[in-house]
Design a protein. Structure first.
Length: 274
């Protein structure tokens, strides 16, 4: 009963009159859970029925627009496993989620290119950073960046403050459910297309039948960043820094080249322990 009342109060707040709210209820929208996964086309069709009657019921244009945002808000919170507290659906939330919907509808062209295929001689760090950048730009279910599939921490730390909503979605989107399974397969297909013709495919092959993108990625990370590999990379970084000497500017080795060389390798061995 309480869920029904709070839902009706929220509908009044976004511009629906009592007659329209009654018709929404007659069509099955009784609590906020009933609007989860409804899209703009669903709302348009539903309100067309209500406006046509009998009896015809007026629904203001802005009320329809706000209901679209309401559904988008509830669906996104449901996907992120966040409580759908109607007290949180205020003017600020409407403004934020309305702006997000407008950005999605623009369907802007992706300008980040996928990483080059991982072949013999490819550097893992370059491939890894390119993959992350690309998956940050590709949207999965509910327009959540596919980079959430390859995040390091499966369970987000409590009370974490995030730089942006983009970072928040990547960190907290549940790694379970039908949406996860769909996105998981997409990520695997992308990784497969980038690795199948090179040595990295060896570590992904076990996940081919299940199209398990997350586990395939973790297998790559474990192989290329495991203890043995870290030791090899650290030793190579030490050697490169030790070999770097500056004897004055030359045609192909200036002071800038020397500084760049040492800076490139310092973060590697410092992050791996000295």
């Amino acid at each position: 009963m309480a869920a029904r009342v709070t839902f009706q109060t929220a509908l009044q707040r976004i511009g629906f009159g009592q007659a329209a709210i009654a018709e929404l209820e007659n069509n099955g929208l009784v609590t906020v859970q009933d609007i989860v996964n409804l899209n703009n086309k669903d709302i348009e069709q539903l309100l067309k029925i209500i406006r046509s009657g009998p009896p015809p019921v007026a629904v203001p244009f802005l009320a329809q627009k706000r209901l679209n945002i309401f559904c988008f808000w509830a669906t996104k919170r449901n996907r992120l496993n966040e409580p759908i507290d109607l007290a949180l659906f205020n003017q600020a939330a409407m403004d934020t989620y309305g702006a997000t919907m407008n950005l999605i509808e623009k369907d802007e062209e992706i300008i980040v290119k996928p990483p080059a295929e991982y072949k013999t001689g490819t550097k893992w760090k370059t491939f890894k950073e390119g993959s992350i950048a690309y998956l940050n730009c590709i949207k999965g279910s509910h327009n959540i960046p596919l980079a959430y599939m390859i995040r390091e921490q499966a369970i987000p730390p409590p009370n974490q403050v995030y730089q942006s909503d983009h970072h928040r979605m990547i960190a907290i989107t549940p790694l379970a459910g039908p949406e996860f399974e769909e996105d998981n397969g997409k990520v695997f297909d992308l990784l497969k297309s980038w690795t199948i013709n090179g040595p990295a495919w060896t570590w992904m092959r076990a996940f081919n039948a299940t199209r398990n993108g997350r586990q395939a990625w973790l297998a790559l990370v474990n192989h290329f960043e495991g203890d043995a590999q870290r030791d090899r990379v650290k030793d190579a970084a030490y050697a490169a820094i030790a070999a770097a000497r500056y004897y004055g500017d030359k045609k192909k080795f200036t002071f800038e080249t020397y500084v760049t060389s040492t800076k490139m390798h310092t973060p590697i061995w410092s992050s791996m322990g000295r």
